[in-house]
Design a protein around this ligand. Structure first.
Ligand SMILES: Nc1nc2c(c(=O)[nH]1)N(C=O)[C@@H](CNc1ccc(C(=O)N[C@@H](CCC(=O)O)C(=O)O)cc1)CN2
Ligand SMILES: Nc1ncnc2c1ncn2[C@@H]1O[C@H](COP(=O)(O)OP(=O)(O)OP(=O)(O)O)[C@@H](O)[C@H]1O
Length: 183
């Protein structure tokens, strides 16, 4: 199926989830995250939850990685060129919503992509080859292209991957793994 159709379908499917359903799906995802082998990981990048699109609440994941003494990195989005810049998220880092409703750090220390060992990637839907469809601006395609070859990329989603995204292009970078609710 085409990215543009998948984007519409999975935006709607996510929007249709009730908060009770989301709570249950999240718990399943968190349990799988807490089961990952993170012994080689020092620095982990997470997205901060975009509430208007009913994204997974990443706060419990952030708290978990903090409790494991890992450094947390979050981004600021530049919609003019679809680029992200990255910053350490400390316990006292101030967070503000940008005009799209994305939480972003204020006055934090910038981090280069080369310091990131693990990235949790937001997505609407992925396929069995670990390609993904996001909101369609290419922020993550650009970001992942700048990361280390050995940086681990794990997608998080409420829905099971489909067989195949048919219009994957030269910029699309496959993830290493996608975590979605399993029985
Ligand atoms: N939490 C989170 N942060 C993220 C992403 C994400 O998927 N989740 N992104 C992943 O790449 C980037 C942001 N991508 C976004 C793309 C569109 C809109 C948005 O509000 N779109 C409006 C139309 C905006 C316009 O073009 O004027 C809409 O769809 O209504 C928000 C975020 C970077 N940060
Ligand atoms: N590294 C790159 N350099 C230049 N253009 C890029 C790059 N990566 C992606 N693009 C362009 O960005 C646009 C959006 O890409 P795509 O449809 O794959 O977005 P997406 O993965 O759904 O969005 P997002 O990453 O923001 O969640 C496409 O037109 C694509 O060609």
């Amino acid at each position: 199926m085409l990215k543009s159709d998948l984007r519409k379908i999975y935006k709607q499917k996510r929007n249709d989830l009730t908060f009770e359903e989301i709570k249950c799906l999240q718990e399943n995802i968190y349990a799988q995250v807490y089961d990952l082998d993170i012994s080689e990981i020092q620095t982990v990048h997470l997205f901060l939850t975009l509430v208007k699109f009913k994204e997974i609440d990443t706060n419990p994941i952030i708290n978990y990685f903090r409790s494991q003494n890992k450094k947390i990195v979050v981004s600021k989005s530049d919609f003019k060129n679809s680029s992200l810049t990255h910053f350490y998220l400390e316990k006292d880092t101030e967070i503000e919503l940008n005009k799209y409703g994305i939480p972003e750090p204020v006055n934090a220390v910038q981090v280069s992509e080369s310091n990131i060992d693990l990235i949790f990637v937001p997505l609407l839907i992925s396929d069995e080859r670990y390609y993904r469809v996001g909101y369609g601006k290419g922020f993550y395609d650009r970001f992942l292209a700048n990361c280390r070859e050995d940086c681990k990329k794990i997608g998080l989603n409420f829905f099971k991957p489909i067989f195949k995204i048919s219009d994957v292009n030269e910029f699309d970078i496959a993830l290493d793994e996608v975590i979605y609710p399993k029985l």
